[in-house]
Structures are given as C-alpha cells and as structure tokens.
Design a protein around this ligand. Structure first.
Ligand code: 13P
Length: 291
C-alpha cells in the first residue's frame, strides 16, 4: 500500500471499469488535500506535478513530502511527473524518487517521439518500480510550459498507437482524442470516444496491457467521463480546476476576513475547498472504496 507506481493500479481500474484521478499540484496544501481526500474516500490516487512547480519546489522536496504523507496513508498513492519535454529532467525526477514519469515528446516527429520515449522507459525500468507515460497526437490548450493551438492539435492514429506502445515498451498511454487542457470554450467539447475505444480494443482487447490516460479533465461533462471510462480511460488528469479552486478559495477567504492576518486560516480554507473538489472527482470516476 501507500507508495505505489501507477501501472498495476490502473490495470485494476481498467478491469474494474472505474478510473483513478491524477491531480496536478503546485503546493503542499494541495498535496495534503489530495492525500486526505484519497484516505477519506478509500480511493487509489495519483499526485502529479508539471515541470515548472517541480523545478520551483525541487523534486527532492516534493518526493520527501510525498513519501512522508503516502507512507502513512492506508491507500496507494503515486507521484507522477506530468508532461515533461526534457529527457534529462525526466531522469532527474526518476532519480529523486518520483514513481511515474511522463515524457511528452508528442510535438516531435513520430520517430523522435519513439526514441525519446523509449530512452525514458528503459531508464525507469532499469531503476525498477517506476511506470512511464507517453503521448501520441497532441492535446490542445496550455499545460505548464506546453502550448498547443486547436489547429495544431492532432488525434492519435490507432495503428501508430500500437506501434508506438510496442516499440517504446511504455506502461501508460495517452492518446490525443480531442480533450483539451484548460477550460473548454463550448459546453459540449468534441471528444472522439470511438477513437479511444478503437485504441483500447487494439491494445487491451486480449487482456489489459497498457492502461489509457485521459488528459484535459477540467470541465468534462459527467456523462463524457462515464463514457470515457466505459471505452477504456483509466487515469483522468485534472489540473485547471484545482488551480481555480486554490486561487478562488484563497481570494474569497481574504475578501471575507480583510482584518485577519492568520495565514494558517487561509490554508485551511484552501485545503478544505481543494479536498472537496477532489472528492467530487473521485465520485465521478467511481474510485471510492477501490483502494
Ligand atoms: P486540465 O487542466 O484541463 O484539467 O488538464 C490537466 C491535464 O491533462 C494535465 O496533464
């Protein structure tokens, strides 16, 4: 239990037709909220950091806090590096003790994406106990240092997806299916469920080999989430909603307590709001009770 890598957790989720929330954090408050929500809901969970906050707080600091909290939690908790475009920094985080590493070379030509992804897969597997995630096609929107316009966004090709997974030896696969980072501009974003279903059938039809990741969780309607789980999505990434929650709850608290100078109370308000948002996601993903 507690300190875990994602592959087994997500194989179980795929088989059980539920999904695990992967929550992007930038601070200790959010990190604690993720673990508290997971404990309360008895749900497996993935903590994620994108590259900027990881560098800002330092990977060894994130890992130390993660290990302290996760080792005391009676549920499996992973620490995942999200959308890292630098091979060297992926290795730095693997060395520091992250349990999952995503190398994102999806903006590069296919062969170069394979080369860089395989380098990280081999590195992490040689260290042992570290799962790897890679992406094919591109997810539009902004995530940390990566910007992809809607025109640049490209769905993952099913045949290429199989080749990509087989040649890299990847553990978790993130195919672009039309979901986007950030806030959706329309109420009914165009998500290609049938594309995920086809990739899932080709990869996992004869037993779950490579769990599938859905990026761009924020703003997905609940019925989309249900359908995406039904067609193979087992890890849902959520970032923007948690940024809004942190900033809005902090702003609201300060606005309502303008004369109070007690940072601890602001932290409590922000953590309570974050934990509630995460628990709501866990309910939508049907992960409560699955730890
Ligand atoms: P959102 O910011 O849309 O929730 O997407 C998160 C994500 O996919 C991180 O990898």
């Amino acid at each position: 239990m507690s300190i875990a890598s994602a592959k087994e957790m997500l194989v179980e989720a795929t088989k059980g037709k539920y999904a695990v929330g992967a929550f992007n954090v930038t601070s200790l408050i959010q990190l604690e909220a993720v673990v508290e929500a997971a404990v309360e809901k008895k749900a497996p969970v993935i903590i994620q950091t994108s590259v900027k906050p990881s560098k800002f707080l330092r990977p060894d600091v994130f890992v130390a806090i993660y290990r302290t909290l996760a080792s005391q939690a009676p549920v499996p908790v992973c620490l995942h590096l999200d959308h890292c475009t630098e091979v060297a920094y992926c290795k730095t985080c693997a060395d520091a003790g992250y349990t999952n590493i995503m190398i994102d070379a999806s903006k590069l030509p296919f062969e170069e994406n394979i080369r860089q992804t395989k380098e990280i897969v081999d590195y992490c597997h040689a260290k042992g106990g570290i799962s790897t995630e890679g992406e094919l096609g591109t997810v539009s929107g902004v995530e940390d240092q990566i910007k992809v316009t809607e025109d640049e966004a490209q769905l993952a090709n099913p045949k290429q997806s199989i080749e990509f997974v087989e040649r890299t030896g990847l553990d978790l696969f993130a195919p672009a299916i039309g979901t986007a980072h950030g806030v959706y501009k329309t109420k009914n974003p165009k998500v290609h469920f049938e594309r995920l279903e086809e990739i899932h059938r080709l990869l996992n039809g004869k037993g779950v080999r490579v769990p599938l990741v859905v990026h761009g969780g924020t703003g997905l309607p609940p019925e989309y989430i249900e359908r995406l789980i039904a067609v193979g999505g087992s890890k849902f990434n959520v970032s923007t909603e948690l940024k809004y929650t942190l900033i809005d709850s902090t702003f609201d608290y300060i606005t309502q307590h303008r004369e109070e100078y007690d940072p601890g109370k602001i932290d409590v308000a922000a953590k309570d709001a974050t934990r509630a948002a995460i628990m709501h996601w866990m309910d939508m993903l049907r992960s409560p009770g699955k730890a």
